[in-house]
Design a protein around this ligand. Structure first.
Ligand code: HEM
Ligand code: HEM
Length: 251
């Protein structure tokens, strides 16, 4: 019975996540960007922009330049989570890939990196007057949710173990549209319940910074405002441009 409830929950959460994020991405991709509003100093070529985005996503470059404390905590949390998630692949593939085996022991420890990062980011929202003032309930709830997921995971990993073979069989079943039995210990149920909640709220939350960063005109545009005039699609039928000024077809 509980296994079926969780199965339905996960199918629903997956549909909402995929469709929801897809709709958001579509909206971002079709929103006109009539002006070149890139933050300078910015690259002057496309290749330069790719390199800039790489540094932004891998190193959080702009955050590093603006605030070292937030950078440390955000970096611990995000990279900790990435390695934890890669380790989780072992519940979703029949034969665990060799590199997942290798990172697995580190992934287990990364629960603490995640928690340290999240608690640091949270402390800042609570203790720093100026940041507390601009924090919404959703900012706190998001951090609480992720702390809940990481803490319940770490509890299972280090304190009250669950039957991970059974978890794996259940997850592999779900991927093949077969609903088996999952272990029913409370910590696992909390862990999975919170994960489903995270998936459901993803498309309507600040977690949209994940696809969003790739559509941020202030970072993704080429600094060529002097060489090229940007004309949005909707403005193409306006009176013609003065001679000698080329239209930028990408706008
Ligand atoms: C492409 C991948 C990602 C990038 C480049 C990225 C980057 C960032 C950056 C730069 C911040 C800013 C910290 C600040 O200025 O306060 C941030 C915050 C945050 N990120 Fe990500 N992120 C990514 C993926 C994710 C994912 C997958 C999650 C969760 C599932 C997540 C959860 C959060 C949360 C909750 C915060 C807010 C922390 C706070 O309240 O202070 N991020 N992210
Ligand atoms: C359906 C998806 C998921 C399943 C089936 C799952 C299952 C599990 C299980 C069974 C454990 C215990 C591992 C052990 O005893 O060795 C665990 C640990 C953990 N989980 Fe998850 N989890 C899921 C998603 C997530 C997500 C999305 C996050 C983070 C945002 C997360 C964070 C953690 C952490 C930090 C640990 C402790 C470290 C570790 O053992 O890897 N889990 N998870």
């Amino acid at each position: 019975m509980i296994s079926t409830v969780y199965a339905v929950l996960f199918y629903l959460a997956t549909i909402l996540l995929v469709v929801g994020v897809g709709m958001r991405v579509w909206k971002y991709a079709t929103t006109p960007v009539p002006l070149n509003i890139v933050v300078s100093p910015a690259p002057r070529t496309k290749r330069g922009v790719v390199f800039r985005m790489f540094r932004e996503v891998i190193f959080f470059e702009s955050l590093f330049k603006s605030n070292k404390w937030i950078w440390i905590f955000a970096y611990l949390f995000h990279w900790g989570m990435l390695i934890v998630l890669l380790r989780h692949l072992r519940y979703f593939t029949l034969n665990t890939w060799w590199w997942v085996e290798i990172i697995s022991p580190i992934g287990r420890l990364m629960a603490f990196a995640m928690l340290a990062g999240l608690l640091g980011l949270w402390a800042r929202r609570v203790l720093q007057e100026r940041i507390r003032y601009i924090s919404n309930p959703s900012d706190h709830l998001m951090l609480a949710l992720l702390v809940g997921i990481a803490a319940s995971g770490a509890l299972m990993s280090y304190v009250t173990h669950t039957d991970i073979i059974m978890v794996k069989a259940y997850m592999l079943g779900l991927l093949r549209f077969r609903i088996g039995d999952m272990p029913t210990d409370p910590i696992l149920m909390v862990h999975l319940g919170l994960v489903a909640l995270l998936m459901i709220i993803f498309p309507i939350s600040k977690l949209l910074h994940v696809p969003g960063v790739f559509f941020a005109p202030s970072r993704t545009l080429v600094d060529n405002a002097r060489e090229k005039r940007r004309v949005s699609k909707w403005a193409r039928n306006l009176p013609p441009l003065p001679e000698g000024i080329p239209a930028n077809e990408e706008a």
